[in-house]
Write a protein that binds this ligand. Structure first.
Ligand code: FUB
Ligand code: ZN
Length: 646
């Protein structure tokens, strides 16, 4: 429920559909200067990117390409999707490089691209998938009895296409794009409707990647001349659409079933099923394709699937994929706190939330993007930026700790993809509207209402709820500024130049300020940041009799290290007041929550009803820290959903 200051004039408006889809204000036009995010981005830029490249390289991810180039029989380094992980790390790096020049990193990536190019040059169609070429060369794209679910040929190729687009946008260098377009053309030639082969990805990523390739050449037709192959960008969009619409048609090919969202055409699917990373990346592609082709059936399928995912199968942290066995979704409301919640799934969902926000201008999608960014994704990397989590459950025992590396290190590359993309998530535009989606200290430059406009935010969000937004158009210009009012907030207020103003409060979660803007105009958003107790939907059995603590967009947890050594035997009385205190000395500086709780002296996992007086309980101070900062102080247990005490 949204409330606004009573001195604001409330109007109910609906977003004009001529505005849709929105355009993200892109990375080169946004700079972040933010007390929360800037130090973290610095760690990921200076530590994490290099850490991932070093570790992939040590596993043989690069020598795989040399072996293909040389045609020498050798063992493949890493699992079949290692080419893709390397490309994903290039994509993430490219986005970081847009914000901050990285000559050494760029040189390293250029050298990697040359090794990929040498391998690709061995095939007339530029086919390169090192695992398939080294292990099952007759089974390209999973054909001839192969299995793309395991081989990941289409995933690797999709990741290459995506990375090449991002790398061109970062550097203007065409070398990677040349390799990627040759491969993309080969794919368009090989797979598709009859008489081409019925091949769909065993692991999604290509759907959105091919939409991006289409958009790049649509925007920059002059680039086609630099490519080694003829470019007809419409074919890239058509192949992405084929992959989406042709799920469920398994004639003449291996079926990936619901695990690979292959149980029916995506446009007919009602529920999110199967492997959560595959699903979220597929649906991100669905929304991206829908924004380009304008088809209502794409938009409605995306919204239907998003509703099922967010309201029935997602955790409070934005984590997804309750079931470890298939790394994926379980039934509605089956959300055990020991669930799987792979970092990659939260990232895939973030891409889906973002793309659907652009497609629909629905602020709820930006709410969920924010939830994932601050919680389910951010927890995936240590504060030092060099150790990681694959699974992000809502309770952990002290035996669980972050790993420096993994046999399947898919999550670190996805993490840097999400965080590299962050600047592009803050602002979006329609022709007559500028949207503020995330509250991050930043400056965005864009064209709106026919004029160039600079928008700047200054804030200590998420620790404090005041956001100052200044609007500096090159000349006076009339447009709407739509400021997201987060779904978690209560009693938000907005002032324009210090005065109450005519503000339309939209049904879609944005406050719309329509006026003629002049240089220096200032909007002040205030979001009360009191700690909140949140209860799960009653159908979530695992959380009955439990409560979670949040403050602003942050989900909190109890860690044993702050709570007498054991977090999972604590309860929070319903009447206990909650306090918030800034602790600059803790975890790089965090707001902690406190309360007088109870130690129930029993393993809370055995409690299925609210704690009552029959339990032996002693009073104990509770201290909660942001979930994203958990598991950074050595082995300790952790719990998000705390027993709801008497
Ligand atoms: O299949 C490639 C990656 O490995 C997936 O995205 C992860 O879930 C892991 O299975
Ligand atoms: Zn992963």
């Amino acid at each position: 429920m949204l409330t606004c200051s009573t001195n604001l004039l409330l109007l109910l408006l609906t977003a004009p559909s001529a505005e849709l889809p929105l355009q993200a204000v892109p990375l080169p036009r946004v700079t972040i200067d933010d007390p929360f995010w800037s130090p973290k981005l610095e760690v990921w830029r200076t530590v994490t990117l290099t850490d991932i490249f070093n570790k992939l390289e040590a596993d043989g991810a690069l020598t795989n390409f040399d072996h293909v180039r040389d045609g020498i029989p050798s063992e493949h380094g890493g699992p079949p999707w290692y080419d893709g992980l390397l490309y994903e790390t290039i994509r993430g790096s490219a986005d970081f490089m847009i914000q901050h020049a990285e000559p050494a990193l760029e040189e390293r990536i250029d050298a990697i691209i040359e090794r990929v190019a040498s391998a690709a040059a061995q095939d007339p169609g530029g086919y390169v998938n090192t695992y398939t070429q080294m292990v099952c060369p007759d089974q390209r794209w999973g054909m001839n009895g192969g299995d793309d679910n395991w081989q990941h040929d289409l995933y690797n190729a999709g990741a290459m296409v995506e990375a090449a687009v991002h790398y061109w946008r970062a550097t203007g260098k065409t070398r990677f794009l040349e390799i990627a377009t040759r491969l993309a053309n080969t794919m368009c030639h090989t797979m598709g409707p009859p008489p081409r082969a019925n091949v769909v990805p065993g692991h999604s990523i290509g759907e959105e990647a091919f939409v991006k390739l289409y958009l790049l050449f649509r925007e920059r037709p002059e680039l086609k001349e630099a490519m080694p192959v003829p470019i007809d960008e419409a074919r890239y969009l058509e192949l992405a659409e084929f992959w989406i619409e042709n799920r469920g048609n398994t004639e003449g090919r291996r079926a990936f079933e619901s695990y690979g969202q292959d149980h029916k055409p995506v446009l007919e699917q009602d529920t999110v099923e199967g492997h959560a990373v595959r699903a979220t990346l597929l649906f991100a592609g669905l929304a991206a394709a829908g924004a380009v082709n304008g088809r209502e059936d794409y938009a409605s399928a995306a919204m239907r699937l998003w509703d099922n995912m967010v309201y029935r199968r997602m955790y409070i942290t934005g984590g997804l994929g309750a079931v470890a066995g298939h790394e994926g979704f379980g039934p509605d409301y089956v959300l055990p706190n020991s669930g799987y919640l792979e970092t990659c799934a939260a990232v895939g969902a973030a891409f889906f939330h973002h793309n659907l926000n652009l497609l629909t201008a629905d602020a709820r999608c930006a709410d969920e993007l924010e939830r994932a960014l601050y919680n389910g994704i951010l927890v995936g990397t240590s504060l030092t930026g060099d150790s990681y989590f694959y699974e992000n459950p809502l309770e952990r025992g002290p035996e669980t700790s972050r790993w420096p590396w993994h046999g399947c290190p898919c999550c670190p590359p996805m993490f840097v993809k999400a965080m590299g993309a962050l600047p592009g998530y803050i602002y979006a535009t329609g022709p007559e509207t500028l949207y503020v989606n995330l509250f991050i200290g930043s400056t965005g430059r864009t064209s709106v209402g026919g004029a160039e406009v600079e928008v700047t935010q200054t804030t200590r969000y998420p620790w404090e709820g005041d956001v100052r937004i200044t609007v500096d158009p090159e000349r006076e210009v009339t447009f709407s500024l739509c400021v997201r009012i987060p779904g978690w907030s209560r009693g938000a207020t907005l002032l324009v130049n210090g005065e109450p103003a005519a503000v339309g409060l939209l049904g879609d979660g944005y406050a719309r300020i329509h006026r003629t803007w002049s240089r220096g105009d200032e909007v002040r958003l205030h979001l009360p940041m009191g700690p909140q107790r949140v209860r799960a939907h009653p159908s979530v059995e695992a959380d009955r009799g439990r409560v979670a603590l949040t403050r602003g967009p942050l989900v909190y947890c109890l860690e044993g290290v702050d709570n007498g050594g054991a977090a999972r035997t604590l309860a929070l009385p319903r009447s206990a007041p909650l306090t918030a205190e800034w602790r600059g000395d803790l975890l790089g500086g965090v707001m902690v929550l406190g309360a007088t709780g109870l130690s129930v002296q029993e393993d809370w996992r055995e409690l299925y009803a609210p704690v009552d007086e029959t339990l032996r309980a002693t009073r104990q101070p509770l201290l909660a820290v942001p979930y994203f900062a958990s598991a950074n102080r050595g082995p300790t247990d952790m719990v998000v959903w705390v027993a709801d005490g008497p």
